[in-house]
Each structure stands twice: as C-alpha cells, then as structure tokens.
Design a protein around this ligand. Structure first.
Ligand code: NAD
Ligand code: TYD
Length: 352
C-alpha cells in the first residue's frame, strides 16, 4: 500500500506517545506511523498490543542519540513528519540525575533535528518537525495568572531546563535552516498507561496496596490536569491545522492542589474497592518537599481553542473516574511495571 504520510513518532511506547500513536493509526489508515522508541524504563510495548496487526503501524527500537540509525530511517522510509515525544520526563529523576536529561532531551533532540534537516534540506514541502513540550519551561506561577504562548521561559528544574533547551534548538533550526516546525507546551497529563512514578498512578497504586501516600511539602502545589486522550487529540489537531513556526499552549482548565487530587483518589477508590469512606485518606503521609518545587502551573489554552478549534472533551471528575477504572481493570499492567527496577527507584526516592 502507498501511504500519503510517513510519520515518525519518537517515544511512542511511553505514556502520551502510545495514545498519540493509537489516535493516528486508527484515524488515518493511509498514514504510515513509525514508532521509534529506546524502550527505557518508561517505554513499554504492552501499551500498544492492540495495534500489532495494523498494516500502517511499525515499531523500531532505537535511541534518538543514534545519528546513523536516524539517518538510515529517514532515508529508508522517506519520513516527512516527525512527532517528537521521546524524553526523560520525570522531575524527581532529573534532580538525582540531570545529565541523563541533557543526553536525551537536549542531545537527542538536536540529533533528531539534524537528521530531519539533512534529509529534508532543499525540499521542505509537506515536511514538519513537531516538538511536544511542557508548560514547565515557563517556570512557576503565583496565585494569579496563566501561561500563554507569550510567557517568557524560566525553567527551574533540570527537567524543565532540558525541555526549554530543546524548544530553543527547535526554533533555532527553524530560524537558521528554515526547518518547518511547530511546538506545543502542555500541562500535566493523566490517564491510562502512565508510569507510576508520577503523582496520579503512584497514588492509585499505593492505595491499592495499602501503602503510605507521599505528599511533598504541604500538598498545596497546583497543577492543571488534562486527560491524556485529549492531549493526543490536540496533537493530532496541531499536526494537521497548526501553522508552521507557531507555538500552541494546551491545558485542561482543571487546576487542583495536589491534596485535592489525592483526596479525590482516596474517596473514589474507597467507593470502588468497597472500603469504608475515609479509609484511604489515613494513608496520606507528608514527606520532605521536592527541591525547587514549582508552586503552580496553569495554562491559558485560548489560542488553540479559537484558532484550531480544539477543546478538552473531559473534565477532571469524569477523566479521573475513567483513569481509576482503567488501573483497577489493568492491575496486571501495574504489577508488571512496579516489580524489578521500580522497587529500587521507589526505595531510593522515598526511603521506604
Ligand atoms: P514517558 O516518560 O512516559 O515516555 C517517554 C518515552 O520516550 C518512553 O517510551 C521512553 O522509552 C522513550 N525514550 C526515552 N529516551 C529515549 C531515547 N533516548 N531515544 C528514544 N526513545 C526514548 O513520557 P510522557 O509522559 O509520555 O511524555 C512524552 C513527552 O511529552 C515528553 O517529551 C514530555 O516532556 C512531554 N510532556 C509530558 C507531559 C506529562 O504530563 N506527562 C506534559 C507535557 C509534556
Ligand atoms: P508529578 O506527577 O511528578 O508531575 P510534575 O512534577 O511534572 O508536575 O507531580 C505532580 C505534583 O505532585 C507535583 O507538585 C509533585 C507532587 N508529588 C507528590 O506530592 N508526591 C509524589 O510522590 C509525587 C511523585 C509528586
């Protein structure tokens, strides 16, 4: 079959990546979707078992820092669109090991930009390098205000500094070599297949297991939560309707303190697991705050709303209920990713 687009998705075996790959493979049978992923601790082919038989889907194991492999892939498949999601993505890990974030998020992104530039230079028609980034590049908000596309960069963790750097490189390649690019900066995602080092799946897992729920500081930091499938839809929208050279902020209009999120998870899980109301809240344990902990993130997503007609379809109440149901129905998935190396990570991070 002749495909009309050859899309290289990096990090497609990760949390957001698998939803993006699924959205594209199912919605566009005439596109070939290449899922390029190194399968680090965060990448898992179990996330994509339902797509294995699809003719328009292919997995390629590889590291975005491997320049010669990238060159071969661009040559062999005639890639014309890149959706770049591969990254080290967890702030706590960036605090203990910043260099691995520089390696993947900065060096890896520049390698990928080079591969795209070398392959496309001189003929940029129908080409696009789409970088999926985070709102954390903008730093931390006080009580008021929102991040927009105009907000100045002010990254404050090694993770956000590495993502900010990769955003800068993408724009620099656009300015210097004319590489057609687009960037979106999204708020915190939640939903199925998220690795349980991040707040929501970690809390669900610990409640199931009757383990303490670690709350950093006072639990009053605020995040703006977006259901991951809505993010995948937003990425599809930007890919098809976004203007080259533009940036889009994506968010869920769902600002919550961490304690609010944790209380919701405790109460809903008590109900769904048939436990007495209040039982899971007893697991809440206040622990030492994260170093340099950003206070509040919140996105003004009006540009993507008005220009590209994208809106989140789910509000937090509904999304969190679906998410809990998914983790309860997929206990095997949770158990498989929380054995082995996870136990070492957990012990190092939480000391119990
Ligand atoms: P994730 O950690 O779940 O997945 C990352 C994926 O990248 C994994 O499959 C991993 O194997 C792969 N990977 C890591 N290093 C690689 C390398 N060197 N070469 C090839 N593949 C490699 O991350 P996620 O939460 O799905 O985030 C995806 C992207 O979206 C990241 O760029 C992240 O910065 C961004 N983002 C995430 C969020 C969020 O809330 N999770 C919000 C906004 C933006
Ligand atoms: P996280 O899911 O790591 O996302 P990010 O730091 O990228 O926003 O954390 C979300 C919030 O939850 C953040 O304010 C830190 C807090 N948190 C805890 O209180 N305890 C935990 O064990 C974790 C992992 C996070």
């Amino acid at each position: 079959m002749k495909f009309s687009q050859i899309i290289l998705v990096t990090g497609g075996a990760g949390f957001i990546g698998n939803h993006v790959v699924r959205e594209l493979v199912n919605k566009y049978p005439h596109y070939k979707v290449l899922n390029f992923d190194a399968l680090t601790y965060a990448g898992n082919l179990r996330n994509l078992l339902d797509l294995n038989e699809n003719e328009n889907y292919q997995f390629i194991k590889g590291d975005i820092c491997d320049a010669s492999l990238l060159k071969d892939i661009f040559d062999q498949y005639q890639v014309n669109k890149v959706l770049h999601l591969a990254a080290e993505s967890h702030v706590d890990r960036s605090i203990t090991d910043p260099l691995s974030f520089v390696y993947t998020n900065v060096m890896g992104t520049v390698n990928l930009l080079n591969a795209a530039k070398e392959s496309w230079y001189g003929n940029y028609e129908d080409k696009l390098f789409y970088h999926i980034s985070t709102d954390e590049v903008f730093g931390s908000l006080g009580e008021e205000g929102f991040f927009t596309e105009q907000t100045s960069y002010d990254p404050r963790s090694p993770y956000s500094a590495s993502k900010a750097s990769s955003d800068h490189f993408v724009r620099a390649y656009g300015n210097t070599y004319g590489l057609p690019f687009v960037i979106s900066n999204c708020s915190n995602n939640y939903g199925p297949y998220q690795f349980p080092e991040k707040l929501i799946p970690l809390v669900i897992h610990n409640i199931r297991m009757g383990k303490p729920i670690p709350v950093y500081g006072k639990g009053d930091n605020v995040r703006d939560w977006l259901y991951v499938v809505d993010h995948a839809r937003a990425i599809d929208t930007v890919l098809h309707k976004g203007k080259v050279g533009e940036t889009y902020s994506i968010g869920g209009h769902n600002e919550k303190t961490n304690l609010d999120v944790i209380h919701t998870l405790c109460d809903k899980l008590d109900e769904k697991l048939g436990r007495a109301q209040g039982e899971s809240r007893k697991l809440i344990t206040f622990v030492k705050d994260r170093a340099g902990h950003d206070k509040r993130y919140a996105i003004d997503a009006s540009k993507i709303g008005s220009e590209l007609n994208w809106e989140p379809s789910l509000q937090f109440e509904e999304g969190i209920s679906k998410t809990i149901d998914w983790y309860l129905d997929n206990a095997g998935w949770l158990e498989s990713v929380t054995s082995g190396e996870y136990l070492n990570y957990y012990k190092k991070q939480y000391q119990y």
